[in-house]
Design a protein around this ligand. Sequence first.
Ligand code: 13P
Length: 343
Amino acid sequence: MQAQRLIATAQALMAGDRGLLAMDESTGTCNKRFAELGIALTEEARRAYRDMIVTTPHLGDAISGAILYDETIRQKTLRGLPFARALEDAGIIPGIKVDAGAKALAAHPGELVTEGLDGLRERLADYATMGARFAKWRAVITIGGATPSRGCIEANAHALARYAGLCQEAGLVPIVEPEVLMDGDHPLERCAAVTQAVLLAVFNQLDTQQVMLEGMLLKPNMVLPGAACTEQSTVDDVADATVQCFSRAVPAAVPGIAFLSGGQAAGLASARLNAMNVRFKSRLPWALSFSFARAIQQPALAAWRGVAANVPAAQQALFHRADCNRAARRGEYDAQADAPRQA
Ligand code: 13P
């Protein structure tokens, strides 16, 4: 029964052309983004911002699931509905970020390991009673001269698999997020090699921990050249390298891959997802979707700026980006038509 429920939730998150909205910034990350725009760093400002997102008209037409943060899942809309309930009412499945953040990995300078396994079984049970039906855990892999190390990859892969097992036990679909960062001047090929090695380690650990692949989702980075690399690839080259990498490392039993945006410009993230679906959709075993935070939210946050009168403009900007990514799932995103809004 539990297995059927997990599979049904994973499939519902990937169905059709809708995708995921990550709105699970920790208080620190949210405050950092607010500070850049001069928005008050208060609990009420964070609540008001998430209220603006969740009450965006027709958001459920483009978004199948939204990932909340601990503070947010305990908050309510102005009309008094818990956010998880407001999402359900909008036809959006509520999820929850459950990791406790990436911390320095001992004996591995410059590398991180994600913490949060202690007490996770109890926290998952709590979140399930608050309405969460899926969860997210992000591991961070840094490309540098001598990194990532085997120790970093394996520690993170092990933690992701332990987390995923606990989620499935609790009836929540785990979103497994190993993020290879864009930071650095490495070429596309290096990102491809690192991403493949990370994915192989993650799926090895998922198998060891007996995670049911049909009842989970993968949330990876796209295969990209480093942000400071002098040779930036075309959209089609990114699509080809990304699909080749995932074809080699992701079992066909996984129902879907929902990419993170990782700091890419919003329009570029849409264009790259679009190119993957245009070129490969009919031949792939898994759905290719999105689970963006910045590439959906950033224009809306800039339009909102903490001012109630800006809510309609911010909601329009949010819906527009969600709808662009929905088009990208169908392979129908029109980058040229979208360009003026990106300028
Ligand atoms: P970005 O799309 O901004 O990379 O965020 C996705 C996410 O959820 C990171 O954990």
